[in-house]
Design a protein around this ligand. Sequence first.
Ligand SMILES: Cc1ncc(COP(=O)(O)O)c(C=O)c1O
Length: 438
Amino acid sequence: MQTEHSTDHTLAHASAQALDMADPLASMRDLFHIPLVNGRHAVYLTGNSLGAQPKAAAALVRQELDDWATLGVHGHLHGRSPWYSYHEQFRGPMSRLVGAMPSEVVMMNTLTTNLHLLMVSFYRPTRDRFRIIIEDSAFPSDSYAVQSQVEFHASHIGFDPSHGLIRLRPRDGEETLRTDDIEHAIAEHGASTALVMLGGVNYLTGQWFEMQRITEAAHGAGCVMGWDLAHAAGNVPVQLHDWNVDFAAWCSYKYLNGGPGAVAGAFVHERHCTTLASTPRSQRLPIFAGWWGNDPATRFQMKPDFIPVPSADAWALSNPPILSLTPLKASLDAFDRAGIDRLREKSLKLTAFMEAKLRTRLGDRIRVITPSDPTQRGCQLSLHAPGAGRALEQDLHARGVIVDYREPDVIRAAPTPLYNSFSDVNAFVEALAACLKN
Ligand SMILES: Cc1ncc(COP(=O)(O)O)c(C=O)c1O
């Protein structure tokens, strides 16, 4: 005889399966390796940390290894996908995901490196205008990066580095920032602020900031606006060009499934790029230069003077690391097939489904700190389970569910529309309910 609970359970499972059957993107999951727990496919909800491996990646990497083995140095120009211009093929698909023109996007380095390189150009403090506004709960690497930039400039410009950062904190009793409060802080400190740099989607709370409004507020106060899109790229649709963002950077190992430590992305708005080559050296935007940022037409003339390409490529330093770029090709191909708008449509449904199930199944045993307004979040929900912490993450893992835990007490679960299903979400909430019962 079925109990009332097991009937509910069966119904919930069936409704999740019905949603999967109606999902036009359901087959995209087959393009990815879903990680295993104890030999069975996990409920993998950590695409916000390390995306799943595209199945096509191995053959593409194999191709580059084979070209290297058989062609050696001639692979640069005569490989099946010549390494000399290899990075250029990423501009198109990547720019479609971040709402940029292809010439505004370059794949290079890693995220924190790119933030530093971009701040070299876009954080130009003066004695009067030297501050950087960031979130108090910015990812630690971003905090360290801005702090060290402030310290780097402070002594020779002549400002006190201990006054260099404005950290935005939620109101007492609230978990996330209100846009009005961000605008207010920008208006209040704008005159002494050189740069506003925020995470498009906050890594901890999952809050998606109102990027266009905040960018306008920053510009209105005479500040430069930079975005860290680590948790936004491939997760939410953004329009960096139209929103007039000055610069942005993101990693490609999270929602973009580029593989552990994969090559990162950078965006520089066209208006900062087009005049690079024509502006006299003394007046042009400072760039830490390398040969891959030099105009390809003259790169191999081996001249000592840097002639920047009038595009985001000007910020590139080195010839691209082919083996760590390659898997991203497979993933961006999947994104192009699905399209970010259709992915967002599914993402809204998946996350709403998770939120509703958490509410009905767990009530106040769990608190969602991510905004409930879908326009202010991507796919991730961040959960407070008082007193549960890391043990809960481990308990979930033992039940075949992979989520992650971030100090002090947040479980993050990110159903990604490319390869997660409604059944995954259902299984996660049921496993969570079982864990919390113990
Ligand atoms: C928001 C954010 N910024 C910066 C980083 C650091 O990235 P990387 O190690 O690629 O420099 C991360 C990594 O997870 C991140 O989530």
